[in-house]
Design a protein around this ligand. Structure first.
Ligand code: ADP
Ligand code: MG
Length: 323
């Protein structure tokens, strides 16, 4: 059912080849490109590029219009997932939103994976307790998922709520897959959708997708400027798939991103997340996490469509995330 580049109006075999050589391998990649970008890569005029982009948008079925009331209907279903830290929840307007991508970025060891583990636990709680009454899919690219850590956090929650939760029950609702490279990572989103479809009408539908880390494989595999465009295209398509997952299953989506340490950089912020502007435009909420004193972490909301920027202090202890 996949539409080929050659099927698009204004794309002949030669243009298709040039587009592919420049890293525009799919109709989706073209659909989200700018005319100037495409014109440069395929050595075509900008007006032709614009026509190709339009054709791609129609073929990929993205970029269509919806009326405001339809959007509002869907927004009414948005769920909020508690982080376990009151200040953090408040900053997010009640918790992590479903139907959105939330990106957490920060240095190695700042706590991105810890937050991901805690959300994998919390999502399983009923809404009265701040959860979404659902299960979770984790795409683990760095082999940092630890079931023992989940057990600790469930015990912490039992203490906090005065309810005896069973860690094993929680572990059963966490579906983890190790991603061995970026292509595998991309394919795993498809598998995640299949699983979510199977569980759709079950007691524990998938309400959270975690990709930890989103960018590590991409960064490792695409080194040097020549392959940067290709990397961005792939990452862009991947994020598009991930966003669709969130919309389709009314799920929260958490992606992590490690910042570059560039001590020799003359310009710009050395703590800029990798992935560049494409990630910036796709992730709906961006959280910058940094270490503070002891077990404290500062979480900064950097970008949000409907919330003021803000900062929250959370703690990471053996029991999990807290105030
Ligand atoms: P990132 O994913 O951002 O690289 P992590 O989420 O792996 O970082 O965070 C690691 C940190 O989390 C550790 O340095 C420690 O401060 C904290 N941490 C990990 N496990 C525990 C635990 N069992 N008890 C308390 N703190 C922990
Ligand atoms: Mg990590």
């Amino acid at each position: 059912s996949e539409v080929l580049l050659e099927d698009l109006d204004h794309v002949g075999p030669a243009t298709a080849q040039k587009l592919k050589d420049a890293g525009f391998n799919t109709v989706e990649a073209i659909a989200v490109a700018s005319p100037a970008e495409l014109a440069n890569s395929a050595e075509i005029g900008e007006s032709t590029a614009a026509k190709i982009i339009n054709a791609a948008r129609q073929a990929a079925d993205i970029g269509g219009f919806e009326t405001g009331d339809t959007v509002l209907e869907r927004r009414k279903l948005v769920g909020k997932l508690t982080t376990g830290c009151e200040e953090f929840d408040e900053m997010m307007g009640g918790g992590i939103e479903s139907q959105s991508i939330t990106e957490m970025y920060g240095e190695f060891g700042c706590g991105k994976t810890q937050v991901a583990h805690q959300l994998a636990v919390n999502v399983q709680l009923p809404p009265e307790q701040g959860g979404l009454g659902g299960s979770v899919v984790i795409i683990d690219t760095e082999n940092t998922f630890r079931p023992e850590r989940i057990e600790q956090m469930v015990r912490g929650l039992s203490e906090k709520h005065g309810i005896e939760y069973d860690p094993e029950e929680f572990l059963k609702n966490i579906h983890v897959a190790r991603a061995y490279n970026s292509n595998h990572q991309i394919l795993l989103v498809e598998s995640a959708s299949e699983l979510a479809n199977e569980l759709k009408d079950s007691e524990m539908p998938v309400r959270l997708l975690i990709v930890d880390s989103l960018t590590a494989h991409f960064r490792a595999e695409y080194i040097g400027r020549g392959t940067l465009a290709d990397r961005q295209q792939k990452l862009n398509k991947h994020l598009h798939d991930i966003q669709r997952f969130g919309d389709l299953f009314n799920a929260c989506v958490i992606v992590t991103n490690q910042v570059m340490s560039k001590p020799d950089a003359f310009f710009g912020d050395p703590t800029k997340p990798i992935g560049g502007h494409i990630l910036g435009h796709t992730a709906t909420f961006r959280l910058y996490i940094r270490k503070s004193k002891g077990d404290k972490r500062i979480v900064k909301l950097v970008d949000s469509p409907n919330l003021p920027d803000g900062e929250a202090i959370m703690s990471i202890t053996t029991e999990g995330l807290g105030d």
